[in-house]
Design a protein around this ligand. Structure first.
Ligand code: PHE
Length: 468
């Protein structure tokens, strides 16, 4: 391995950094809502099965590609087969697009931490984030505020990428990930004790909705749509097809057990998503009923949840608000770092830039794109309907569609084809067997990469165009 590229010092550092990438906004604002919509326990069951098969195969492939080549995606694909360097470029474009808008959202999170904490300190509790939801929309459509908070989040992220793999990313992940796990458990336990005096609903009613499989109205068609939802969620949640796992894999030492690491990252990611559900569904259902669980994404996090905090009363609501948004901040920061690191690493490998120069370059590009994204809610406001049918979407949503719904499935399908059909699955299984000679899931792995994963991914791609 090229010494100058840096590496994680050991398996714990690698696992926590990769888990830091995997645990992100997707776990917090998408997983719980999909579970509530898709029959509770049924979704959880399907998700776990798919994580152990589909998710496992894709993640193991990417980490292996990284470790075997010791390179970031562009060089890695060129080393596998010259004709497929373009897959590496496509994989590299994804984080470049995602990074700026992810930092814009990160800025919103910082703003909410600031608002809730200043509310606690100022003792005019409960006024800063009004329960009508107007606070969020007036904040993101303001001219300067979102830009300031975007710059803060971008700056914090950049510091750790400047510091490098072991001194920045690994050290931070070792502190933040355990803290994140602790915070999520504490908030989840609290969330299970709520009762709404007006409606008489308790959080245990929400818990039942989350955990008990609901077979009512379940048809074959509905079950297939549960599978598609879970597949799409795993794919995004595990940071696959963004070049990230290839890059992090390239910093992994040869004596680190690849298979064990993949399993642990998956377990970490899934357990955190499960706990996010334990927070969201009971709390939101208790205070808002079904209507609160209708929407995933920013409106759940920045509109519905603040309404829930408001109902908890001024003091507790503000404390929960701060704790919750700090949790989101940790999750978003470690994900943002992994995307910035990927782009930085491609530039270092490809153009032989030093880390500082590469980082500065990425920072400048992201600054410009991020500013445009912020203005997408203000001076550059527009509304479009996306090919998947989503209406009234802004610039951020367009970039999100382009990277997540279009490029990522294409990158993942191409990766499956290159490994499954061009160079052969032995390319991956041999590397896995260095530490695990008895690779028990080998047959399943081969079938996944050659046949099932590309098929599932194709379905996701078609869904992005509203064809399914
Ligand atoms: N895996 C992250 C999540 O679940 C998604 C992500 C990671 C997005 C890294 C961008 C960069 O939210």
């Amino acid at each position: 391995m090229d010494k100058k590229r840096g590496s994680f010092t050991g398996s714990i550092g690698f696992i926590l950094a990769a888990a830091g990438s995997a645990v992100g906004l997707g776990n917090l604002w998408r997983f719980p809502i999909l579970a509530a919509k898709d029959g509770g326990g049924i979704f959880l069951f399907v998700y776990i099965i798919l994580a152990l098969t589909f998710g496992f195969a894709l993640m193991a492939t990417e980490i292996t590609i990284g470790r075997k080549t010791g390179r970031s995606p562009v060089d890695a694909f060129r080393m596998i087969d010259r004709r497929f360097e373009w897959v590496g470029w496509l994989a590299g474009i994804v984080p470049l697009i995602i990074f700026p808008y992810y930092c814009v959202i990160g800025g919103w999170v910082v703003k909410f931490i600031q608002v809730y904490s200043s509310d606690i300190l100022s003792d005019k509790h409960g006024t800063a984030v009004d329960a009508s939801g107007g606070f969020f929309s007036s904040f993101i459509t303001a001219q300067y505020q979102p830009i300031i908070f975007f710059l803060i989040f971008l700056g914090i992220t950049a510091v750790f990428v400047y510091l490098g793999v072991d001194k920045g990313i690994e050290k931070l992940s070792k502190v933040l990930m355990p803290l994140l796990a602790l915070l999520i458990v504490v908030i989840a336990v609290f969330s299970l004790t709520l009762k709404d005096e007006e409606s008489g609903r308790t959080s245990i009613d929400g818990l039942k909705l989350y955990l008990i499989p609901d077979f009512s109205g379940m048809t074959v068609g509905k079950f297939i749509s549960v599978i598609i939802d879970a597949t799409g969620q795993i794919f995004f949640s595990m940071s696959i097809a963004m070049g990230i796992m290839i890059t992090y894999g390239s910093y992994m030492k040869k004596d680190t057990n690849l298979l064990k690491s993949v399993s642990r990252i998956e377990i970490f990611d899934t357990v955190i998503a499960f706990f996010a559900g334990l927070i969201m569904i009971p709390a939101v259902y208790c205070f808002m009923g079904d209507s609160g669980l209708a929407k995933a994404g920013p409106s759940l996090m920045f509109v519905s949840l603040p309404q829930v905090f408001d109902k908890m009363g001024p003091v507790i609501g503000n404390v929960m608000g701060v704790m919750f948004f700090i949790l989101v901040f940790f999750a978003a920061l470690t994900s943002a770092i992994s995307i910035m690191e990927t782009v930085t690493s491609i530039i270092m490998d490809k153009f032989h830039f030093k880390r500082t120069a590469a980082c500065t370059f990425v920072l400048m590009i992201s600054l410009v794109i991020g500013l445009i994204v912020c203005l997408g809610y203000n001076k550059l406001y527009f509304e479009v309907t996306l090919p998947n049918g989503a209406e009234n979407q802004q610039l951020l949503d367009v970039l999100d569609w382009f990277s997540n719904n279009l490029l990522m499935p294409i990158v993942a399908i191409s990766t499956c084809i290159v490994i499954g059909w061009v160079v052969g699955t032995k390319y991956v299984t041999d590397e896995i067997k260095i530490c695990t000679p008895a690779f028990r899931r080998e047959k399943m792995y081969i079938i996944m990469i050659k046949f099932i994963a590309p098929l599932f991914l194709l379905v996701i791609l078609l869904q992005s165009f509203g064809i399914i």
